[in-house]
Write a protein that binds this ligand. Structure first.
Ligand code: DLZ
Length: 511
């Protein structure tokens, strides 16, 4: 009895549950490049190239392990251009009598998969994605017991459960988190180390040509293309991070430097989220670096928190609150996404730099995402739907399960505080402290009013003024709202006038 084992583009792990009991002699593994997945948002060209090349390399590895792989390239004759269509064709052409698949990472696709059995007329087994360290049901059990779903408490429970960075019942170093040590501004002239870069083999070269031919109208720059495209390369990049970069990661986690998109960040999110690396492996490797004395605790703990804490937590939030979550817009933000997010001109150096990095690399690090592009979208009241779609499209690591809570919940506060205890709103002062952007900017970060004032400053106060009733019950916002209410009336009017001027210029593409 032949079974069809479907492996999706972000399920490139040999331990994936869909392959758990696949029989190389009898079964068929199906992988398919389809327009439905490549265009449900306008993915960055590099993201498509990375995924197609990694999929093709993974298929080769499976063949090397003796599997019969039916790999459908985008241009293959007869490609129906949808996953269901490819499953249907494969069933008809291989005589397989059932389908096995690991649950999709996105709600829209999992919902679709749930209808496959009825449509296809054969059993479709949908298995848990056990690459994550907590199941969806496990997260729900954790959440059911709580009034507030704060990441910090989830993370502590995960540390205890997996015994990561623990000394008996206590956290290593006597503290759960070392954030206070992890907020150093960049040093003058600071630059990140040179990263590994990979030669294109025949598979990658062919994929780059395909993407050039079919997706050149998509956002971003395709070349130079330097992503790892298989597990071995991804592991080598991670090993470079652990040995050369991790020691500085903690201190400068929140620092931003113009022209330095990576600084001391690991850049492994795209590999983790596509399955080339497994979370438990990278957590254990980082922990070992601490115990070997190769990296300090503040760096290792900060790194592990991102993976054992944030990554698992946002996935739990996503599945617990979808599909309602995607429609939330607590602050009623509806302004159309301005052209500058797609590379349009702006004199704001921080935004221009974060967007430029994004378009060039399909990457920018978390503090640029949260405190520059995200913070600006929050303050300017940009449409939640459009901002979420932008983040989903432009980053090579973005799938809705991770993008939506991070953008809608964390950056835009559109879930009304379900994830964050207060909005991540900041004026230009924060950006000035944590970056070297403001020195070379047209706008003056010291000013809130007048034509040269940094737009972040007036927009920040406008954001507080407009939403003050909504923040009334939030004790963490009380002082800020009080600060606005206490401000001299003339000054308030001048700030609001400058904010309106900024918004008009934003819409006109002249900010
Ligand atoms: C992101 C993506 C792209 C661009 N293309 C494909 C594809 O052609 N075939 C495929 O199986 N998966 C692709 N993916 C990843 C899927 O969109 C991803 O599996 C779902 O969004 C669920 O996370």
């Amino acid at each position: 009895m032949t079974l069809l084992h479907l492996v999706l583009g972000d399920q490139l792990s040999h331990s994936i549950s869909a392959l758990r009991d696949a029989q190389p002699q009898e079964d068929v593994v199906l992988m398919a490049e389809v327009m439905a997945e490549a265009t449900y948002v306008g993915h960055h060209q590099k993201k498509i190239a990375f995924l197609f090349s990694a999929m093709r390399h993974f298929a080769e590895e499976l063949r090397g392990r003796g599997f019969a792989v039916r790999y459908v390239t985008l241009d293959a004759p007869g490609n129906s251009q949808s996953l269901r269509g490819e499953v249907e064709r494969a069933l008809a052409e291989t005589g397989a009598t059932g389908v096995v698949v690991t649950e999709a990472g996105e709600y829209r696709l999992l919902e679709e998969m749930r209808g496959w059995q009825a449509h296809l007329g054969v059993p479709v087994e949908i298995r848990d994605d056990d690459r994550f360290l907590i199941t969806r049901a496990g997260f729900d059990r954790w959440a059911d017991r709580r009034r507030e779903l704060r990441m910090e408490y989830f993370y502590r429970d995960m540390r205890r459960h997996f015994g990561v960075l623990m000394r008996g019942a206590d956290p290593e170093g006597g503290q759960w988190n070392f954030d206070k040590e992890n907020r150093k501004p960049p040093l003058k002239g600071m630059a990140g180390p040179r990263r590994l870069s990979w030669r294109h083999d025949a598979i990658t070269s062919e994929v780059l040509e395909l993407v050039e031919a079919r997706f050149s109208h998509h956002v971003g720059k395709l070349r130079p293309f330097h992503f790892a495209v298989n597990a071995e390369q991804a592991e080598a990049e991670f090993e470079q991070f652990v040995t050369e970069i991790l020691p500085s990661f903690g201190d400068y986690q929140d620092a931003m430097v113009a022209g330095e998109p990576y600084l001391f960040h690991s850049m492994i999110a795209a590999y983790l989220n596509a399955g080339l690396l497994l979370p438990i492996d990278v957590i254990r490797r980082a922990e070992r670096a601490y115990h070997d004395g190769a990296a300090p605790l503040n760096a290792v703990e900060g790194f592990i928190r991102q993976i054992l804490g944030w990554r698992e937590y946002v996935r739990g939030i996503y599945w617990r609150f979808m599909p309602d979550y995607a429609g939330r817009n607590a602050l009623e933000a509806h302004r159309p996404l301005p052209a500058l997010y797609w590379g349009g001109e702006t004199k704001m150096r921080c935004l221009a730099s974060a967007v430029q990095d994004t378009l060039e690399h399909a990457y920018s690090h978390h503090i640029q995402r949260l405190m520059v592009t995200g913070n600006f979208a929050l303050l300017a009241g940009l449409s939640v739907d459009e901002v979420c779609e932008w983040y989903l499209a432009v980053y090579a690591d973005a799938y809705e399960w991770v993008e939506l809570p991070n953008t809608l919940g964390m950056a835009l506060y559109a879930d009304g505080g379900l994830m964050a205890s207060k909005p991540y709103a900041a004026s230009g002062k924060y950006i000035d402290r944590m970056s070297n952007f403001c020195g070379g900017c047209t706008y003056s970060v010291k000013d809130s009013t007048g034509e040269n004032a940094c737009p972040f400053n007036s927009l920040y106060w406008r954001f507080i003024a407009v939403n003050r009733e909504k923040f009334r019950g939030n004790h963490r916002m009380a002082n800020i709202v009080a600060g606005w209410l206490r401000m001299d009336e003339m000054k308030k009017q001048a700030i609001l006038a400058r904010a309106e001027d900024c918004l008009e210029r934003l819409d006109a593409g002249t900010l």
